[in-house]
Design a binder for this molecule. Structure first.
Ligand SMILES: C[S@@+](CC[C@H](N)C(=O)[O-])C[C@H]1O[C@@H](n2cnc3c(N)ncnc32)[C@H](O)[C@@H]1O
Length: 219
């Protein structure tokens, strides 16, 4: 009888330990129904209007879910374009209490992105920089816990190597337009990142090929 009770008690404790962290994470998400409505309307109104190498909606949703699931707060995007991916990232960060730094070298696209971020109601969550990411990614201090790399493909490996020391353990580095077939520089990048023992990657093919890479340990 006594043994049964002890086993029952241990079982209850294990269940509680598994459930409590999920509840805490859910409770810490900031809900803002008015902002959700504004973002959803903006995305619906613009669903057919992304002409600047922007990510497909499926990838936007995946990125959004990754940030919420990881409770990430300090995000970096390399390659803003006109802001489609930035909107999904910033929307998720508005719930986790985080902020995004996004970089693009093209002035026109940078300007359009600023307008789009404003229209979507997300400007407060975004620090949008007009700069050459080759230089700026090296200079940014971090630390970051979420990265979306979507600029010049032949520089992917360099971006990753520059961010690596500034990416927190448990952080997530995502890279767009990755496929198992080699094309430009992303083939070398894929091989490189898969060779690292402290990172774990999976390729999500729901949209344009999203490599999701988690940092498991520092070295
Ligand atoms: C594929 S688009 C990004 C799409 C964007 N992530 C989206 O889904 O809305 C790539 C962008 O990277 C930018 N880019 C290319 N080389 C760059 C560099 N060296 N520094 C900063 N931005 C760069 C381009 O100007 C372009 O707008």
């Amino acid at each position: 009888m006594k043994t049964t009770r002890i086993i029952g008690l241990i079982f209850c404790l294990l269940i509680t330990a598994a459930v409590i962290p999920v509840q805490i994470k859910a409770q810490t998400l900031k809900e803002n129904a008015a902002l959700d409505q504004k973002v959803e309307k903006f995305l619906a109104d613009h669903s057919e209007r992304w002409y600047d190498m922007n990510i497909p909606t499926a990838d936007g949703k995946t990125i959004y879910d990754l940030i919420i699931k990881g409770n990430y707060k300090s995000a970096l995007e390399i390659g803003t374009s006109t802001g489609h991916s930035g909107i999904y990232i910033a929307w998720a960060l508005s719930k986790t209490g985080g902020k995004l730094i996004t970089i693009d070298i093209d002035e026109e696209r940078h300007k359009t992105a600023l307008e789009n971020f404003k229209k979507a109601g997300l400007s407060d969550y975004i620090d949008s920089r007009l700069a050459d990411a080759h230089q700026l990614v090296k200079e940014l201090k971090g630390p970051f816990d979420f990265v979306f790399s979507d600029a010049d493909k032949n520089w992917y490996k360099n971006y990753f190597m520059d961010v690596d020391p500034k990416l927190k353990v448990g952080g997530c580095f995502t890279t767009h337009n990755i496929s198992e077939r080699r094309r430009m520089g992303e083939g070398d990048y894929l091989e490189y990142v898969r060779s690292l023992k402290n990172y774990e990657s999976t390729l999500n093919t729901a949209g344009g090929g999203l490599l999701i890479t988690y940092k498991r340990t520092e070295k």
